[in-house]
Design a protein around this ligand. Structure first.
Ligand code: E4P
Length: 216
C-alpha cells in the first residue's frame, strides 16, 4: 500500500520523505489555507520534495473553469495530479484530463456508486473520505470494501486512495481490504512507527548492553 502525506507543511513532508517511505502528497484548499502559503509556490516546492503524485485541487465548479485551472496547475510539475470534486462537471473534467495523460484524483467520494462513476471516467485515484463518513454515522471501511469489490469485478485500474484517515486502525483496515493508497496527516503516519513495547525493548537492551562494558 502506498503512503501519501495529507498536508501542505513543507517541514513535515521533508521529514517523512527522508524515511524513504513516502509515495506522494495530497493537499486541499483547507490544507493550503492552514499552511498560510501561496498555492502555486507551495505546490511547486512539494513537487520538488517527492517524485510521487502531488494532488492539487481545482476550486471552480464548472467544467470550463476546472479545465482552465487544471491547465495552470499541471504546468507546475510533471508529478502534479489534478484533484476534482465528485460532481458531473468534475467527472467530465476527469475524463478530459486523463484522456490527455494527466493524473486525476477524484475527491469527496462518499458512496460506492460515486466510485464506480469515477472509475468509468478514467480517474487515476478515487478518494473516499473514511473519517468524515464515520463522523456522519456511516461505516467508512465498509465503503472501502465495497469499492474494492466493484473495482476488482470489472478490473478497473483506478487506485483506491483512502482519505480522511484519522488513526492507525483506518490504515490497518485499508491494508487488509487491499486499498492501493492511503493519505493521512503526518502525525497519524508518524504514530504508526510507535509501539510501547518497542520503546521498552530498546530501553532493556541498552541497559544490559551498558553492563557488558563493550562498544561496537
Ligand atoms: C485528502 O485528499 C482529503 O482532502 C483529506 O484526507 C480530507 O481529510 P479530513 O476529513 O481530515 O479533512
Amino acid at each position: 500500500m502506498k503512503f501519501f502525506a495529507d498536508t501542505a507543511e513543507i517541514a513535515d513532508i521533508k521529514e517523512l520523505a527522508a524515511t524513504g517511505l513516502l509515495d506522494g502528497v495530497t493537499t486541499n484548499p483547507s490544507l493550503i489555507m492552514k499552511s498560510g502559503r501561496d498555492f502555486m509556490e507551495v505546490t511547486k516546492e512539494i513537487c520538488g520534495i517527492t517524485d510521487g503524485p502531488v494532488s492539487a485541487e481545482v476550486v471552480a465548479l464548472d467544467h470550463a473553469g476546472m479545465m482552465r485551472e487544471a491547465e495552470i496547475l499541471r504546468k507546475i510539475a510533471d508529478n502534479v495530479c489534478i484533484k476534482v470534486p465528485l460532481t458531473i462537471d468534475g467527472l467530465k473534467t476527469c475524463k478530459a484530463l486523463t484522456g490527455e495523460g494527466t493524473m486525476v484524483n477524484v475527491t469527496l467520494c462518499f458512496s460506492a456508486n460515486q466510485a464506480l462513476l469515477a472509475a468509468k471516467a478514467g480517474a487515476t485515484f478515487i478518494s473516499p473520505f473514511v473519517g468524515r463518513h464515520d463522523d456522519n454515522g456511516f461505516d467508512g471501511m465498509e465503503l472501502i470494501g465495497d469499492i474494492r469489490l466493484i473495482y476488482d469485478n470489472y478490473d478497473f485500474r483506478t487506485e483506491i486512495l483512502v482519505a480522511s484517515v484519522r488513526h492507525g486502525l483506518h490504515v490497518l483496515q485499508s491494508a487488509r481490504i487491499g486499498a492501493d493508497v492511503m493519505t493521512a496527516p503526518p502525525a497519524v503516519i508518524k504514530a504508526l512507527f510507535k509501539h510501547v513495547l518497542t520503546d521498552k525493548g530498546i530501553e532493556g537492551f541498552l541497559a544490559d548492553w551498558a553492563k557488558t562494558g563493550q562498544a561496537i
